[in-house]
Design a protein around this ligand. Sequence first.
Ligand code: CA
Length: 226
Amino acid sequence: MRILIIEDDAAIGDAIGAALGSAGHAVDRLADGRLADAALRDHPYDLVVLDLGLPGIDGIDLLRRLRSRADAVPVLVATAREELEERVRALDLGADDYLVKPFALREFEARVRALLRRRTSQGVPELQLGRLRLDLPRRRAHVDGAALELTPREFGLLEALATRLDRVVSREQLIEALCSWDTTLTDNGLDIAVYRLRRKLEGSGARIRTARGLGYLLEEDDGARA
Ligand code: CA
């Protein structure tokens, strides 16, 4: 996913930028509201992390401009302004979530994941890989038009991999993604789900590759492409 961080505090920008980068996101960073406003008009983002106190254009004004041109990109406001009125104002203007500084990086990461999950099911309704077609909102998978029978956990695994196509997804990320289906997924449980999903994907033109020590990635099967 492509994420824009608008933050004029370098230390905070560095920390959240590194966290999002290591989670496999493409991260752009800007410290000035005016530049951010231009970037938001020029590039499609999957998520915006927005500070409110900014040079150039204030974060609240930036948010107002964004929504006034019907841009529905999810916005996570992260700011030191803890006054109730500011929070309400940002939410009323179309912020999707709100974090008051200082915040725990783990909470920040969890909120980003939650916003991106919503984004995925709304913004990318269908994915095609080889002869595998994924209908994410309806949680259905087909190969050559025939329904692929998947358990909710197997579908969740496939979705987590498919929405990060050709990128390595760590075991931790997968377990996190799958915990909405089963909050007690163990390492062993993940291995079993991967094993079963791999078998079901045989001959579909999509395959799960192991990136040793890193995780898994979903990619088009070379054999099927030829
Ligand atoms: Ca600031």
